[in-house]
Design a protein around this ligand. Structure first.
Ligand code: HEC
Length: 119
């Protein structure tokens, strides 16, 4: 009897946390945290490319809101984050962020500047 009640409580808890996880994937929030911590210094808190650290850079960071960036696919941006951009201060993050974290931060960037294929 006791075990049965315990099992049903457990079932409710598991189901509830699963349902919660579906409603709140958490990736956007995590993406925002990663972005503000690692990227905003160059790309700016709003993704406009005007972060406080850009004075020292030879190549200016990308303004994610500009058509040049918004017309790029998620895959293109994903690879730029993972591998970096050649001959620029944008180094790859593969050694510091997991694939999931790169997806999270990409999702956050796309929330600031959604993909727009016609610019
Ligand atoms: C040291 C400054 C700096 C930091 C920190 C930085 N970036 Fe960059 N990023 C750049 C520069 C500069 C470019 C542009 C390279 C070019 O145009 O050749 C760039 C380009 C990019 C691009 C390519 C955009 C496009 O339209 O092609 C993406 C995506 C990107 N950064 C994401 C990130 C993410 C995500 C982070 C944090 C995890 C980050 N960057 C951290 C400087 C930085």
């Amino acid at each position: 009897m006791y075990v049965r009640i315990l099992m049903s409580i457990l079932a409710v808890v598991v189901t509830a946390s699963w349902a919660l996880a579906q409603n709140h994937p958490g990736t956007l929030k995590n993406g925002e945290r990663i972005f503000q911590q690692h990227c905003a210094g160059c790309h700016g808190t709003s993704g406009d490319g005007l972060g406080p650290d850009i004075k020292e850079l030879i190549v200016p960071p990308v303004n994610f809101r500009a058509p040049k960036s918004r017309t790029k696919t998620d895959m293109e941006l994903y690879l730029s984050i993972k591998r970096g951009v050649l001959f620029s201060p944008m180094h790859g993050w593969a050694d510091r962020l997991s694939d999931q974290e790169i997806r999270d931060v990409l999702r956050y960037i796309r929330s600031l500047a959604p993909f727009n294929p016609i610019g």
